[in-house]
Design a protein around this ligand. Sequence first.
Ligand code: ZN
Length: 681
Amino acid sequence: MTDKQNPLLDLSGLPRFSDISPADVEPAIDTILADNRSQIEKLITSGRAFAWDNFIQPLEDMGERLSRVWSPVSHLHSVRDSETLRKAYNRCLPKLSVYETELAQDERLYRAYKQIAQSDEYGKLSMAQRKIIDNELRDFRLAGAELNELDKARFKEIEQELSQLTTRFDENLLDATDAWTHLIVDEKDVAGLPPTALAIAKQEAVEKDQQGWLFTLQAPSYMAFMTYADNRDLRQQMYRAYVTRASDQSDNKKLDNSEVIRDILRLRREQAHLLGFDNYAEYSLATKMAESVDQIMDFLGDLAKRSRPIAEKEIAELEDCARKRDGLDKLESWDVMYYAEKLQQERYTFSQEDARPFFPIEAVLAGMFKVVHRLYGLLIQPETDVDVWHPDVRFYKIKDDSGVVRGQFYTDLYARKHKRGGAWMDECVQRMRTTKGVQVPVAYLTCNFTPPVGETPSLLTHDEVITLFHEFGHGLHHMLTQIDYVGVSGINGVAWDAVELPSQFMENWCWEQEAVGLFARHYQSGEPLPSELFGKMRAARNFHSALQMVRQLEFAVFDLRLHSEFDPDGRQQIHDVLDKVRRDIAVMIPPAYNRFQHSFSHIFAGGYAAGYYSYKWAEVLSADAFSKFEENGIFDRKTGAEFMQKILEQGGAREPMELFIDFRGRKPRIDALLRHSGLSQ
Ligand code: ZN
């Protein structure tokens, strides 16, 4: 690759964000794809006997190079979207999808892998190498390598259409979220809102040259309004705008995801049928830890049975609270967060907002790094002089106690326009061994926290602290891997329903005084988080945990039913499926216009199709793994070292169940999850 003019093709170091322009995107992808294609032809037709070194390794390298070039592009599309970038991005999607399916369906490649798998060499390869070959053989079948030419072509077409549809889903949602704002000029309409939320709303208004407070549908703004605003009518308006985003119920019909959703489901089903599966859920489970749809339904059903009676009690208490306080005769969806906050304040005499001043973001980051230091002996330090895509972005290095750099990461923590909502970790550079040594992994850590306002730093709620720990857990999984082959290093090749183990695992430290005490300090006075307040927070930990549980179960069952039973060409509407699930599981039925599914990007734009259950599934693993720390001490170095070596460093080189048993000494049990969620009998 000599094209040094194109910054995307310069892989000598970290991405050159300030040099990258949308015009570079398509030429870079074209160059890489053409180059890879010609190299692959040479490999296949070389006439040599296929072996790891002369065949699989070069293929792995090509794949790695392509993902490295694409990574900053898709990252920028998520965090600094623009019309031109979006166009360039969308022009590349079909090209990438064609290339991927072409490789995945190439019988010659498939045969070569089979040959290596059957050769004497296979037995001599490392576990990681063998796992890569096994995964490849499985993925060839799942990508249609065994189909006839006609079906293969159709499969490829579907892949391409799906990648465009899922992107459209997300873009519609982003645009619909950005399109709606509500300006409040009368002070009495913002009554109840805490100063942080008001300051942001004021700043939003100033940026638009408006007077008053401007509220948006971005999470920090929306959540604050729904939790605190006393004006019930406005809460209802805002709720309606939020739950009808990108739907037929919204005023903006151009952004309606209805057809997109139906098309996605139709194509996924066709894809599954082509491969001989009954439905898409079965196809999705072929690469997961869970064994069958029935097994998952039983698991979710069991949790629903345990949590529903408690959730019903929780909602009854909430209704009672609303009746007593404001004489409400019917609790509506836009009242739930509001009265939950009131009830929580009443019962535990504290509000989420009380803790916020004790969690200034810099201190939380430093504290999280201390936790990681005590657990794994790792040191994390900031680096300046790194080229970034926005002034808010920071960069850090992780070193072990002998000074070896284990990983590096960017943080981009504040909500802003043209940035996708939510929080996530993504790979920038992946670990592998090259002729020059180890390539150090690099991660992106993205959140959407309340930005600093004026002199006030970004102050996090405890929930946001948990989110940060969660994403950092994914980051550690990606960065601490010791696997030398990219196909199964870090989170690569890890079964999707086990991938949340390291992330949910990290959340636990946010509930331990010994850990939180390391960093929670008042941003002005420096006073530590009062243990009385932390005690209240802990007591309130399981406040409404059954309600949250049934909500997660509702999403998981809805997703599974959509991808296993629903007929997109039949008379039943998607909404009917959701209604039925809600009747079975939910304890509070939202209004008929609610179109939650139109913003359910986990399953329509993310990788969670027929996989949303993974959160709960992995939570069994993460809670049970943490219970070993509860037994041995939450900062026990030996247990920490074991977790790092037996789980975090192993990437996808072995089956998640084997890794878990290796760490825990037995199969996972559900007890710890039930206990942590307050659902134990
Ligand atoms: Zn996660």
